[in-house]
Design a protein around this ligand. Structure first.
Ligand code: 5GP
Length: 184
């Protein structure tokens, strides 16, 4: 069987359609990986993935990076089963790596209000990394209210709920190989 690529999916009684195809995502990741390989040459970056959503993006992105690099993960509280953010961020798992004097790239699936990314920057800066930047697959530019500096952005998208490719709706849909959007 090929990867899981339906045109439409029904999750939690709601219908979703393809928004970004597998090929579009992979092409974009190739560019991002090339850029990171060039800009972090001889810096041995640590990619820090934000669980759960970013694990698929991070796994694919990393395989387009051609310089030595490391990986670690942290976990924040999530949306729960809703389609809107609770407005609170709490830590569920911390990093294990020692990032003092290291070049860190935070890897997120999606930046919505920017609350999580803003929180993570402040949190990781306390460990005194040599540099700290962010890569996100998706950025809901119109929804972002908090100050965030995103060095690598896969796709700028409208302010609509999406799932697939690591992103869930009530814990479902992470195994879809493309990004889906709620059908109007
Ligand atoms: P922020 O803190 O920027 O408001 O939200 C970031 C987190 O909210 C993301 O890491 C992701 O878990 C979740 N999120 C935001 N927008 C969406 C969306 O459209 N779909 C899904 N599945 N999760 C989202």
């Amino acid at each position: 069987m090929d990867q899981y690529l339906p045109d439409k999916v029904n999750i939690n009684g709601e219908q979703f359609r393809v928004y970004l195809t597998k090929d579009e995502i992979q092409e974009r990741l190739k560019d991002m990986g090339n850029r990171i390989s060039h800009e972090y040459k001889d810096k041995r970056p640590i990619l820090i993935g934000v669980l759960n959503g970013a694990f698929v993006f991070l796994a694919d992105l990393m395989r387009y990076i051609s310089i030595p690099c490391e990986v670690d993960f942290l976990k924040l509280s999530s949306y729960g089963d809703e389609k809107v953010s609770s407005g609170n961020v709490t830590d569920l798992k911390n990093i294990d790596a020692d990032i003092k004097d290291r070049h860190v790239i935070l890897v997120e699936d999606i930046v919505d209000t920017g609350l999580s990314m803003n929180y993570l920057f402040k949190k990781l800066e306390q460990f005194e990394p040599a540099s700290l930047s962010a890569a996100t697959l998706l950025h809901k530019t119109e929804a972002t209210q908090h100050d965030v500096e995103l060095k690598y952005v896969g796709f700028k998208i409208s302010n609509l709920f999406v799932l697939g490719y690591g992103l869930d709706y009530a814990q479902e849909g992470r195994n879809l190989a493309q990004i889906y959007i709620l059908e109007e």
